[in-house]
Design a protein around this ligand. Sequence first.
Ligand code: PNS
Length: 167
Amino acid sequence: MKRNAIYPGTFDPFTNGHLDVLERALNIFDEVTVVIAENNQKNALFSVEERQTMIEEIISEYRGVDVRVLHSGLLADYARQLGATAIIRGVRQVKDFEYEFQMSLLNRHLYPEVTTVFLMPNVKYTYVASSIIREVAMLGGDVSKFVHPCVMEMLNGKRENLHQNKS
Ligand code: PNS
């Protein structure tokens, strides 16, 4: 039997920290589906379509991974629908853990067959969060060490648009 996992997140944008976690998950599971959750509470920089495009480009050289968008509904239901028995979450710091712990137990309540697997990225990505990448990139800072070149290009495009709209 194949071991399938989902790797959900907002991924706004997908960072090298996310890729590091994904690579670790691919060492454990046969198939991993990256699930972009459309979170209406968050003010996103990239549309879900743009995020899907960037992740598809990044994973094009990997086997056993695909990308889907969860537009609405519960992640636990979506995991069940896909036949995934694991939910991958990256944890960087202790402060991540409280929310992750709550979410994993709730997801287990909703879908008892699912297990949340916490993976730690390489220590060099400990302080890499999408929110910081967005902020620094929009202010013109160099984040090229933390994102794939295609994400860098898309961030530059967003920054140029931002400046054009302001002037
Ligand atoms: O990248 P993020 O913002 O940490 O991702 C959070 C995410 C998308 C995993 C979380 O918001 C989520 O699971 N959303 C789906 C809706 C859902 O099932 N909520 C209940 C979780 S207990």
